[in-house]
Design a protein around this ligand. Structure first.
Ligand SMILES: CC(=O)N[C@H](C=O)[C@@H](O)[C@H](O)[C@H](O)COP(=O)(O)O
Ligand SMILES: C=C(OP(=O)(O)O)C(=O)O
Length: 372
């Protein structure tokens, strides 16, 4: 698989291109198959889905909340997500079809149950999406697998990225890549912060850096490759006008084809190029200039707060916990919670702390729930 060769350093003049089908299949197997076919025809190497085990990813109140949106497929967020989730049997069918037409098939593991599911499915690599980049129990579990990992970094700080790398190093994990990502749909050019690709390459010279983009069009993703991104992931759709949160920032088959051809035609042995040369090569323009503005500091951007508030993970009680109990690892879970609790990355700092009140299963843990 090309991804293995890129991650191991065997190949340094190719880019691995992932079509993120995600939930743009509208919950329909036949549409998903058609998308796999079109993605392959457009020249990408991999089709990717999103796998969630709903009670493992979300607390019950988060599943029960009303989802009022033009993009909702159900009355509650849980019903909406259920509608978009494929069964094991459907996954097996999509995997078999991908194999038949010779395109890699995988999904992001959005909780630990889904990680087990994908391992059992024998996917060639696991994607950890931005929503789980601070979910260290999941990352630790994934780091022990004999499978490459592709880890996105949207909605995260540099400190969290340092900890991801440390977690991989602690496990002796070498076959993984980090993706620069901004979790806003669509991402404005000025928020794309493409130069963070160069910063990540300098900071982690042994880790392949990729780009998972949510901007409109293809030119910013081309620039990401010219800065040295070795994996590119873009959402894919058959029609951007459809109902669903991700269609607008997705590429239709023709655009994905344009992107894959442009990447294939780059002289990849001559990259990275400096921003000035990239501007020249891609015929400049305000969007590209904004995307290539100097950026050194990886922070959570204001444009990412909407997504972080909706899909960021919190620390919650994994079971009923009595007041006065000192928290153990098995007492807590990392889930999307309604309301949000302490953010997932702080989970190690609360182990051993005393709980100030009784907590029910799935209740978020706040700063005020523990004696610090
Ligand atoms: C952070 C993250 O997981 N982002 C994913 C990948 O980019 C998205 O595809 C979300 O699943 C999608 O935007 C959610 O939309 P809704 O809330 O309408 O199901
Ligand atoms: C959320 C995901 O990806 P990203 O953070 O790269 O957009 C995903 O792959 O499910």
């Amino acid at each position: 698989m090309l991804l293995n060769d890129i991650i191991s350093g065997k190949v340094d003049d190719a880019v691995y291109i992932i079509a993120e089908i995600g939930q743009n299949h509208q919950g329909c197997l036949e549409t998903a198959k058609k998308m796999i076919y079109e993605a392959k025809k457009s020249g990408c190497h991999c089709v990717k889905f999103q796998k969630s085990n709903l009670p493992a990813k979300f607390t019950q109140p988060a599943l029960d909340r009303e989802y009022i949106s033009d993009h909702a497929w159900g009355r509650t967020y849980g019903e909406h997500k259920e509608y978009l989730e494929f069964s094991k049997d459907q996954y097996l069918k999509l995997q078999a079809y991908s194999e038949e037409i010779n395109v890699d098939f995988t999904a992001s593991a959005m909780d630990e149950c889904s990680l087990d599911f994908l391992v059992e499915l024998n996917v060639p690599f696991i994607k950890i999406g931005s929503g789980d980049a601070n979910n260290f129990p999941l990352l630790k579990k994934a780091s022990r697998l004999d499978l490459p990992l592709v880890i996105s970094t949207g909605m995260q700080t540099m400190e969290t990225i340092e900890r991801i790398v440390q977690t991989m190093e602690d496990a002796g994990k070498r076959d993984y890549a980090l993706m620069h990502c901004v979790s806003s749909y669509p991402t404005a050019p000025k928020d794309s912060k493409l130069q963070l690709i160069s910063m990540l390459k300098r900071r982690f010279p042994d880790v392949p850096i990729g780009y998972s983009g949510h901007e409109l069009g293809v030119v910013i993703s081309q620039a990401a490759v010219l800065l040295g991104a070795r994996i590119v992931e873009r959402h894919f759709t058959l029609d951007k006008g459809q109902k669903g949160s991700d269609h607008q920032c997705s590429l239709e088959p023709q655009e994905l084809g344009t992107l894959t051809r442009a990447i294939t035609n780059f002289n990849l042995s001559a990259i990275p190029l400096p921003p000035k040369e990239i501007l020249q090569k891609l015929n400049g323009g305000q969007e590209l200039e904004e995307a290539l503005q100097d950026a050194q500091c990886k922070t959570i951007l204001p444009c990412e707060l909407l997504c972080r508030n909706k899909l960021g993970k919190s620390i919650v009680a994994a079971r009923t916990i009595n007041k006065g109990h000192r928290l153990q690892l098995t007492d807590i879970a990392i889930k999307v919670s309604e309301p949000s609790g302490l953010t997932a990355e702080s989970y190690m700092t609360i182990i051993g702390k005393e709980v100030t009140d009784n907590l029910g299963e799935d209740e978020p843990i706040f700063g005020s729930s523990i004696i610090l």
